[in-house]
Design a protein around this ligand. Structure first.
Ligand code: PHE
Length: 418
């Protein structure tokens, strides 16, 4: 089971649990012009107008803008905040002192999110089909790695940074366009790395110093997994990220299945250079909090994290991992929609439109049929939408009404409903 893949693998984890713990490096720099209260410490990011603007290339729909600033990772009694606190507890037990950040501005620049991390100009992660843009050069962060360079520039040598991240994606029980990551970076003492001074590329990655860093990274992460899951089976594989070299992914065995939980690696020398820290070496990882919380609390559907239903929230307590008791499973309603697709059709646009119309009632969208008419060369796709509420039974009438407005809206994307 792959988890929220995007930059080759996935990632993010989280830690502490204090509401809007002030971030010493206040969400900084270029955003002042974007809005009002943007960049001071402990700022409230729940200001939808910051995200949904009338910039011609803004592609943030209102239902996404409404999620920003919910701060689930800072809520002590929410599963995301609880997992984050457990991770932080582990890092607090380590000899190095990790600075904790959790209130950076979710709006970052293309430079912070991509250039500073060596993502090529044509990297698919930059595409507006995958990413929510505010303007041409500002966006909702797609990963917490977007803050690495800023904290490194500010002089931090070891830090954790947790936050909500946003990706346009497929829709199913483990994918949601907003989720949470926790990032960590640790630089090593100069003195311990002297033997590799001046080494770059393969000379560096083959050096004993680079191996020392990779070994430390793996040991810290294995310790973290044991802290979260108890002794558990783990598997390392090589991975690729433009900002780490070498890169790895870690999978853990959970209920008989291998689950990818994080991406990590030795920070690329050019990333450190660009952050003005070219004289240092270190590691970084990023881990997905929803993935961990779904496993630990046995939460079956990623939408549940966002529900404000008491029957969900009342089940969790600060500092405790407890098994989620489904308060009921309401029946699904299936509806199919088929259309001729225009050239350059972007599936994520359609998924997003469906979420825009029906919100979290959309549990899943599967493509169930596809063909091309050999005479006209037109292609048709048929999608099955699974509607299900987590809180109540749906009526046929309300779903028919939603499906009707989905048909109407399809015209806006040049989809010719059949
Ligand atoms: N940012 C990566 C992702 O979201 C994860 C990662 C973080 C990988 C740090 C390496 C180092 O997929």
């Amino acid at each position: 089971m792959k988890l929220l893949p995007i930059f080759a693998a996935t990632a993010a984890l989280a830690s502490s649990a204090h509401a809007w713990a002030p971030s010493s490096s206040a969400p900084s720099r270029p955003f002042a012009r974007l809005s009002m209260a943007s960049v001071t410490e402990g700022v409230d990011y729940a200001v939808p107008e910051r995200y949904c603007t009338d910039h011609p290339n803004n592609n943030v729909p209102p239902h996404i803008a409404a999620l920003v600033g919910r701060g689930l990772h800072t809520k002590a009694d929410h599963p995301i905040g609880i997992v984050r606190a457990q991770i932080e507890e582990y890092f607090n037990s380590l000899p190095e002192e990790y600075k904790i950040f959790d209130a950076e501005d979710p709006i970052v620049t293309t430079k912070q999110c991509f250039d500073d991390l060596r993502l090529e100009p044509d990297h698919p992660g930059r595409s507006p089909s995958d990413t929510y843009y505010i303007t041409d050069d500002t966006l909702l962060r797609t990963h917490t790695s977007a803050h690495q360079s800023m904290h490194l520039k500010d002089g931090y040598d070891a830090f954790l940074c947790a936050g909500d991240v946003y990706r346009r994606d497929e829709i199913d029980s483990s994918h949601y366009p907003a989720f949470h990551q926790l990032e960590a970076v640790k630089l090593f003492d100069k003195a311990d790395m002297e033997g590799a001074d001046g080494l770059t590329g393969e000379d560096w990655t083959k050096s004993p110093e680079c191996e020392t860093i990779a070994a430390d990274l793996k040991q810290v992460l294995e310790g973290l997994m044991d802290h979260l899951f108890g002794e558990t089976e783990k598997k390392w594989s090589e991975d690729y990220f433009p900002f780490t070299e070498p890169s790895f992914e870690l999978e853990i065995k959970y209920q008989g299945e291998w689950l990818e939980v994080l991406g990590c690696g030795v920070v690329h020398e050019e990333v450190l250079d660009m952050a003005g820290r070219g004289d240092r070496r270190g590691w970084a990882f990023g881990l997905g909090l929803e993935r961990l919380a779904m496993i630990l609390f046995e939460i079956p559907d990623i939408r549940l994290f966002w529900t404000e239903d008491e029957r969900f929230s009342s089940q969790f307590e600060e500092g405790k991992i407890t098994k989620f008791e489904p308060y009921s499973k309401f029946p699904p309603v299936f509806k199919d929609i088929a259309f001729w697709v225009p050239e350059g059709f972007v599936e994520n646009d359609f998924f997003e439109m469906a979420r825009g119309v029906a919100g979290d009632l959309v549990e899943k969208i599967d493509m169930i049929d596809e063909f091309t008419n050999p005479k006209t060369n037109k292609s048709s796709k048929c999608y099955r939408i699974t509607y299900r509420s987590m809180d109540r039974s749906l009526t046929n009438e309300e779903i028919d009404a939603l499906q009707d407005s989905l048909r109407d809206k399809s015209a806006e994307l040049d989809l010719e409903v059949r």
